[in-house]
Write a protein that binds this ligand. Structure first.
Ligand code: AHM
Ligand code: MG
Length: 338
């Protein structure tokens, strides 16, 4: 299987799924094409003048980056014409993105963060695209509203992300495990390089933005303090720390060599129960992590069981190696009992 193209891989998966139409294959091909174009834009960077801030803010009041808006347009253009999509949600757009009336509609809802890791764009550190595919309730296909998107993450039919790093790598799940494909620029195709990715059961690394420590809840402080103390504390080993501030890179590292990633609830802003967005960051990453044998939680509940209340909803995210996430969940339970 190693070395086969993403297109062939998807078609072979489709043949194994009774009753599957080719529509989903077309949709994934469009996403892959968009990611190739985004990879090219990210790669050319300052040469084409796409770095820096745009003169606008997103719905969350964050200054938008030029490249964030360009990559958003690439994805919307690649998806809206295809006939596979009912509507889209993007980190860069306040409302749902409808399919223009002159194009046919399909039965899928797509949620995406076109360029995650925005603080890294101008400093030449890896960024990525994250996407999630839901089925559109059949009665909503013709006139989808925000309500159609308010589904729990366990309803996802596919999730993936692309990291634009030293190599461009796409990681994908349709609920049958996790596979990674590296973009071969010579051939112009994503080729299977990381079949059946499994998160190692032993973790030696934790990832969290330590500068927020004073705002954390007690279970997070307890867990991280123990990691920092290593063998001098209650743990049987020493830990290393990483913080790339690009969730795509952190999750790819965890898929490759294990570990735990935390962007937990903190007390900085009482209206914000976390930083990461449920529909296009937390849910797709949770689907991938669970499919690779890991766990993804807010500390208090499984992320994919959260009932979505709004399209840009934020949630705490703790994901990675099963034993480590479960240990932290047990600290949350203990702190709630006392
Ligand atoms: P973004 O979508 O605006 O890029 O925000 C999400 C990113 C994640 O990739 C990363 O884990 C986190 O923000 C880093 O945040 P911070 O700069 O607070 O450490
Ligand atoms: Mg993001």
């Amino acid at each position: 299987m190693k070395g086969i193209s993403l297109t062939r891989f998807i078609i072979q998966e489709q043949r194994r799924t009774p009753g599957a139409s080719g529509n989903f294959t077309l949709l994934l091909n469009d996403i892959a094409s968009a990611c190739k174009a985004i990879s090219q834009e990210v790669n050319r960077g300052a040469l084409t003048g796409v770095l820096g801030a745009a003169e606008s803010e997103n719905v969350q009041g964050e200054v938008q980056k030029k490249l964030g808006l360009i990559t958003n347009d690439i994805l919307v253009n690649a998806l809206e014409w295809s006939g596979q999509v009912a509507a889209m949600v993007s980190e860069e757009t306040p409302d749902i993105i409808p399919v223009p009336v002159h194009y046919p509609k399909g039965k899928h809802l797509i949620c995406f963060d076109p360029l995650d890791g925005s603080s890294n764009i101008d400093v030449n550190i890896s960024v990525g695209t994250i996407f999630s595919i839901l089925r559109c309730p059949s009665e909503a296909v013709e006139q989808p509203t925000e309500a159609a998107f308010l589904q729990p993450g366990r309803n996802q039919v596919c999730a993936g992300f692309c990291v634009y790093g030293p190599s461009t790598i796409m990681v994908l799940t349709t609920g049958n495990g996790v596979n990674g494909f590296t973009l071969d620029r010579g051939v112009g195709e994503f080729l299977l390089t990381h079949p059946n990715m499994r998160i190692p059961e032993e973790a030696g690394e934790f990832a969290i933005n330590m500068s927020n420590r004073r705002f954390w809840e007690e279970p997070i402080r307890r867990y991280v303090d123990e990691c920092v103390k290593g063998t001098d504390g209650g743990r049987e080993k020493n830990f290393n720390m990483r913080w790339i501030a690009s969730m795509v890179s952190e999750v790819f590292r965890i898929l490759t060599r294990g570990g735990i990633f935390m962007y937990p609830f903190d007390y900085r802003n009482p209206t914000r129960p976390g930083k990461l967005r449920l529909l296009y960051e937390a849910n797709p990453m949770s689907f991938i992590v669970e499919q690779a044998g890991g766990v993804s939680s807010t500390g208090r509940q499984r992320i994919m069981d959260i009932q979505t209340e709004s399209i840009h909803q934020r949630v705490p995210v703790i994901l990675g190696t099963k034993n480590e996430v479960e240990r932290l969940e047990s600290y949350y339970r203990e702190s709630l009992e006392t």
